[in-house]
Design a protein around this ligand. Structure first.
Ligand code: NAD
Length: 417
């Protein structure tokens, strides 16, 4: 089997096994953390605009709830599988633990191609999903959020369906909502902003100057676009390359992030951006840039291309972009890897802030969200960096040790193990 064909859940388990061994976890705790505690699989018959009915497959996996209610996004993607959802749910468990918010981890999704669905079909699909799984969701049990190809509008439809089922307001049942319906200030760019704060700390720790240095972004979607904007605004980085599912563009002289976002809005992709040359995803990853942000999907940096990665800092906004074999090569080559569940934890952190505000029914100003997010991300980076230094292990292994130890402790204190 080539490494690319590796199942993301097998990778997530392999990473956990490594942490369990280093921590000396007892066999019962290790087994408990290797698997989701629950899994839901649902069929969703949906009436299409042409009058036919299509049956979609949906999943929800609350992976571990020892530290609090499950939390994690909903991905709508044609390649969604139960094992992708399991892996993402496991990573959510480690992510909420590494930023030390009182939540567990979960993930869900629907096998579909949203690009082929009309707005009304998407609404019926969102409502069908909530009808099928609504009884498992609540602010005290499991709280979904957006992920790849799901939006604040989709969250709003799901919240409305849930509240209709319950006959009362429950905005905290789902996060990533539009602000007018109880969304938090600062949720839109939170994932990228958290990654930028962590990058700032990593650059300080490693003595890397970022001002006027270059960045490349694979996956110019929600996380990727805000990384371009904030990387420029907060860290002074210059965007030189970006890609999406339709292709990539490269301009060593620099690309204005806002202009590229406008171009994508107009044309549907980054391709054809004026004065830039075309670049494929493989070449983009191997560019000689200071910062690389993989911000699309899993397993793009593997044993085959890891040796060619030239960036100084690799900030994983995507979940699972680097395979374990690639990790070892990057570590040897002294690439500073900011592992996914640390680097992209800003999204779930502000989702948690959203839940808190919904529960209090009192809302914070944008500056408060940014300040609290910065504090959480900086503290998480420091905990992981100290572990990395103390144990002489790479940053992903260090992040696992910090997170898994916290989840294992909660399981033990509950008397589960
Ligand atoms: P998104 O749908 O907004 O963007 C994904 C982008 O990736 C799109 O532009 C798409 O065209 C592009 N893409 C898809 N396949 C590609 C390919 N083969 N090559 C290059 N680009 C490709 O999704 P998002 O919310 O930005 O999520 C991106 C990644 O970040 C995912 O791994 C997700 O799990 C992770 N993430 C997102 C959040 C969040 O709050 N949005 C939080 C944590 C992690």
């Amino acid at each position: 089997m080539t490494e690319k064909a590796l199942n993301p859940f097998a990778i997530a388990q392999q990473q956990l096994d490594d942490a369990a061994q280093r921590l000396g976890l007892d066999p019962a705790t290790h087994e408990l953390l290797r698997w989701p505690m629950k899994e839901y699989k649902v069929l969703l018959p949906v009436r299409m605009d042409d009058g036919t009915t299509r049956v979609f497959h949906g999943f929800r996996i609350p992976y571990n709830t020892a530290r609090g209610p499950a939390k994690g996004g909903l991905r709508w993607h044609p390649d969604e599988t139960i094992d992708t959802v399991r892996a993402l749910a496991a990573w959510m468990t480690w992510k909420t633990a590494v930023v030390d918010i009182p939540l567990g981890g979960g993930k869900g999704g629907i096998v579909c191609n949203p690009k082929e669905l009309s707005e009304t079909e998407k609404e019926r699909l969102a409502r069908a999903y909530m009808r099928a799984l609504g009884s498992t969701f609540s602010v005290t049990r499991d709280v979904p959020a957006p992920d790849v190809y799901t939006t604040p509008q989709i969250m709003a439809w799901m919240m409305d369906e849930y509240e209709t089922m319950r006959g009362e307001h429950h905005p905290g049942v789902i996060t990533g909502k539009p602000i007018a319906l109880g969304g938090s200030q600062g949720r839109g760019d939170a994932t990228a902003r958290g990654g930028i704060y962590v990058t700032r700390e990593a650059a300080k720790a490693h003595g890397i100057d970022l001002e006027n240095k270059t960045m490349a972004i694979q996956g110019f979607g929600n996380a990727g676009q805000f990384a371009a904007l904030l990387g420029n605004e907060i860290l002074g980085l210059k965007l030189v390359a970006a890609s999406d599912s339709r292709g990539g563009v490269y301009d060593p002289g620099g690309i204005t992030p806002k202009a590229l976002i406008d171009h994508k809005l107009k044309t549907g992709g980054v391709k054809g951006f004026p004065n830039a040359t075309a670049i494929d995803n493989e070449a983009l990853l191997e560019l000689d840039v200071t910062l690389l942000f993989p911000s699309a999907l899993e397993n793009v940096i593997t044993r085959e291309n890891a040796g060619n990665i030239k960036c100084k800092i690799l900030c994983e906004l995507a979940n699972g972009p680097t395979t374990p074999a690639a990790d070892e090569i990057l570590y040897k080559n002294k690439v500073v890897v900011l592992p996914d569940f640390l680097a992209n934890a800003g999204g779930v952190t502000v989702s948690y802030f959203e839940q808190v505000q919904n529960t209090y029914n009192y809302y914070w100003e944008l500056w408060e969200v940014h300040k609290r997010l910065d504090e959480k991300m900086t503290a998480a980076f420091k905990a992981v960096y100290e572990m990395h230094k103390a144990e002489g292990i790479n940053m992903r292994q260090a992040a696992y040790l910090v997170a898994v130890a916290r989840v294992a402790e909660a399981c033990r204190l509950r008397g589960w193990t």
